[in-house]
Design a protein around this ligand. Structure first.
Ligand code: DOR
Length: 435
């Protein structure tokens, strides 16, 4: 591992309250020093990177990715998924448990996190909240936490039964990690393949209502309140991929009440509406689905006003033969690791005036906090040398065929992006260099 000196860049590190020109020295996998320009002139380093005109920020952290290993490596593997992450500026990702088999055991978790899997960025995992993600009996939270679990989730499905969700929240509180909830009342969404509304009506498809999302968020917030009040615990609910104005209002109110709730938004939900489905384009099919413009704007307002804690991609690779089916049969999900930063900068920064420091907070500092990733999500001296360097003014078009992911299922093929990753450094190793 060689020392790296990053010169002349604009360091944006919201955790340290820094947005200024700085030189950064990385040594032995850690941030050794952050100094005003010229302050590290005497420092020796094997590699020097001239970051003039670039933003130098803590590596991005994605708390919601599907890497498909074990069991579905024809879609993605830990190696290819983390390569896509590095290309997108991410230095840490959190793998969801809906693999084959479901990641619900210590042996499974240890296998996934083993360095033999070939992850090129820091790999975290949230094992299943219930065995097989069947929603019936919670997994061994204490043993899984000792083995490295940073939270628990049945993602892809909700923890639907109130009794089970209560038990999961209590158990997660006792080990100090979140329950990450896929908020969908599946009793209301059977047979639905997109958002309910005029577009679904035109296409003749059954639609998921906004109530299906809101009902689970409302129920879970009530559980948080009850557990805090009557059991003296402070459970942490993390609401995944919030897509509706209604759920966002519930989360805002719960935060104001002081409950421990955090939430994430996926780039596709602030960039597109259900109109993107066009003529049954399965690359615009995911769960939760793309919503109406009013929901998209409510999500953007919540990103701007601080209600949303983080941006998470829900990177969900699927093979071409799976997506090339009738809309209702095609699986849910789109890839997202290589388009997240470009969309956040184009839609939120350029389109809605969000400061780059807030974008970095949403994509690095805050997600680090949600999974308690110590010494990540910041460039403070002593932290892990996880860094993204990007040109914030570069305009480019994403080309799916050049993706590092094994799968190309994205509605953003050919879409305009703002901000191009020049280099991604994870624990002092350059894991991606821009072309
Ligand atoms: O779009 C989605 N894809 N939503 C989910 O909940 C699951 C995910 C997947 O695993 O493909």
């Amino acid at each position: 591992m060689s020392d790296i000196l990053i010169l002349n860049g604009r360091v944006v590190d919201p955790a340290s309250g820094l947005d200024a020109e700085r030189d950064v020295l990385l040594r032995d996998g850690r941030v050794a020093a952050v100094e005003a320009p010229g302050g590290l002139n005497g420092a020796q380093a094997k590699e020097k990177i001239d970051a003039a005109g670039m933003v130098v920020a803590p590596g991005l952290i994605d708390v919601h990715v599907h890497l498909r290993e074990p069991g579905q490596t024809y879609k993605e593997s830990i190696k290819t998924g983390t390569a896509a992450a590095a290309a997108g500026g991410f230095t840490s990702v959190v793998a969801m448990p809906n693999t084959v088999p479901v990641n619900d055991s210590v042996a499974g978790l240890e296998w996934m996190l083993d360095e033999a899997r070939g992850a090129c960025v820091k790999l975290f995992a949230m094992p299943a909240a219930t065995f097989g993600s069947n929603g019936e009996e919670i997994t061994d939270f204490h043993a899984l936490h000792r083995a490295g679990a940073v939270g628990f989730t049945d993602d892809g499905k909700p923890v639907l039964e109130t009794r089970v969700m209560r038990t999961a929240l209590v158990a997660a509180a006792s080990v100090g990690v979140p329950i990450s909830q896929h908020a969908e009342d599946t009793r209301l969404t059977g047979g639905c393949s997109m958002n309910a509304g005029p577009v679904a009506f035109r296409l003749g498809l059954r639609g998921m209502t906004i109530e299906a999302e809101a009902k689970i968020v409302e129920r879970d917030i009530r559980l948080l309140r009850e557990i805090e009040r009557y059991e003296g615990l402070r459970p942490h609910l993390h609401v995944q991929h919030v897509s509706t104005a209604k759920a966002m209002e519930l989360i805002r109110a719960a935060k104001n009440e002081g409950l421990h709730v955090t939430c994430e938004v996926a780039p596709h939900h602030f960039s597109l509406t259900d109109e993107a489905i066009g003529d049954y384009d399965t690359n615009a099919k995911m769960n939760p689905p793309l919503r109406a413009e009013a929901d998209r704007m409510a999500v953007i307002a919540a990103l701007l006003d601080g209600t949303v804690d983080c941006i998470a991609t829900d990177h969900a690779p699927h093979a071409r033969f799976e997506k090339e089916q009738e809309f209702e049969r095609a699986p849910n999900g789109i890839t997202g690791l290589e388009t997240a930063l470009g969309l956040a900068l184009r839609v939120l920064h350029k389109g809605h005036g969000m400061k780059i420091s807030r974008v970095m907070e949403l994509m690095s500092a805050n997600p680090a906090g949600i999974i308690a990733a110590a010494e990540r999500g910041t460039l403070a001296a002593g932290s892990f040398a996880d860094v993204v360097i990007f040109d914030p003014a570069a305009e480019w078009s994403f080309e799916a065929k050049r993706s590092r992911s094994k799968s190309k299922n994205t509605p953003f093929d050919g879409a305009a992006m703002l901000g191009r990753v020049a280099a991604t450094i994870c624990e002092g190793r350059v894991v991606y260099r821009g072309e």
